[in-house]
Ligand binder design. Structure first.
Ligand code: NAD
Length: 317
């Protein structure tokens, strides 16, 4: 089967899937988008609504339609958002979704592999690292083609938080959040740099009277996701942008280095778990993982993330 690189299948069309769909269309990142949901009416409705928008002068004439798993057979990219999320007021820990969403990942992946092992798979369903590990290890799918969005979203949040502190464009900020997409995610401070000004003297450069409180920033990166959920009911805009960043990297063969989740293969001495570290993404998926320098404290935090995800995997029935 010839792969249509411009064809994207989005599985799960609720808050996250619909946001992904609309960003893909707005950024003109696909020529065809097929939507799948166990609730077929939802997929149909989202497809209809978005397809109407393609008549506008600002839109590209993308073929947006409700699909079936057969659509995977020539798709370039499949984006998985199926499965419930944490709801407002619930225990703030994505890992407690593990059992429910592992079952859903099983049913979704069992269908996908009937039609393709060619498409790039972008994983969004939580708990992201558990889902990424399961999908990567249980189906004999080429591992380099499975990209968990991982801590790219926390990295966006981190950059926004620092940008607001120093009143600077977040795109001037470099630095990764690594580890689990969830409560044990941590900013690797040793990777942070604002426009070549480094990290240590930022308060002076930006005439910031109050010294940067790293612990408060670390807590905020994790807490802010639950703030969004409690305030608006779900998160979808940031993650849709993160998914599009990966899609762009794949479509344009960019060789971009982004933090994302995949099964670790002995990096930092860790195996049998998926976590986010910086990885290079191009048209053939993940082509390199980088064991960047981390301080002893950061290494310890990465190990803690590995333990936390591993114990959720072990607890999965
Ligand atoms: P939601 O509960 O509103 O929607 C889930 C959708 O999945 C529903 O439309 C449902 O019908 C569908 N679905 C369930 N089982 C299915 C199956 N077997 N096949 C196909 N579709 C199925 O959830 P949401 O708010 O849209 O979030 C979706 C997922 O994305 C959640 O797991 C959430 O935690 C996750 N998420 C991840 C990130 C991230 O950074 N990785 C960010 C936000 C949300």
């Amino acid at each position: 089967m010839i792969v249509n690189k411009g064809k994207i299948v989005v599985i799960g069309t609720s808050n996250v899937g619909s946001a992904v769909l609309n960003k893909l269309a707005d950024f003109q990142l696909a020529s065809e988008i097929a939507l799948i949901d166990i609730n077929a009416d939802k997929a149909k409705g989202e497809a209809l609504d978005s397809s109407h928008a393609t008549s506008c002068i600002y839109s590209t004439n993308i073929d947006i339609h409700c699909g079936t798993y057969e659509d995977c057979k020539d798709a370039g990219i499949i984006i998985i958002t199926a499965g419930p999320s944490i709801r407002p007021g619930e225990t703030p820990d994505r890992l407690r979704l593990a059992n429910t969403n592992a079952k859903i990942m099983h049913s979704v992946m069992s269908e996908i592999v009937k039609y393709t092992k060619e498409a790039m798979i972008i994983m969004i369903t939580n708990p992201l690292d558990v889902a990424t590990y399961y999908v990567s290890t249980a189906f004999d799918y080429p591992r380099e083609k499975i990209i968990g969005t991982g801590t790219l979203l926390e990295t966006f949040r981190f950059r926004r938080i620092l940008a607001d502190k120093y009143c600077v464009d977040p795109k001037n900020i470099h630095g990764y959040v690594l580890g689990e997409h969830g409560n044990s995610a941590f900013p690797a401070w040793s990777t942070v740099d604002i426009a070549g000004l480094g990290l240590d003297n930022l308060d002076e450069y930006f005439h910031h009277a109050e010294k940067l409180d790293r612990k408060a920033v670390e807590d905020e990166i994790v807490k802010v996701a639950y703030d969004v959920i409690n305030l608006k009911g779900f998160t979808n805009t940031g993650i849709a942008m993160a998914a599009c960043r990966f899609v762009k990297s794949i479509l344009y063969d960019e060789h971009t280095i982004l933090p994302c989740s995949a099964v670790l293969n002995g990096e930092y001495g860790i195996k049998s778990v998926a976590l986010s570290i910086p990885r290079m993404i191009c048209s053939s998926g993940i082509v390199r993982s980088f064991e960047i320098y981390l301080t002893d404290k950061e290494l310890e935090l990465l190990q803690q993330s590995a333990k936390s995800v591993r114990s959720a995997l072990d607890g999965c029935k």
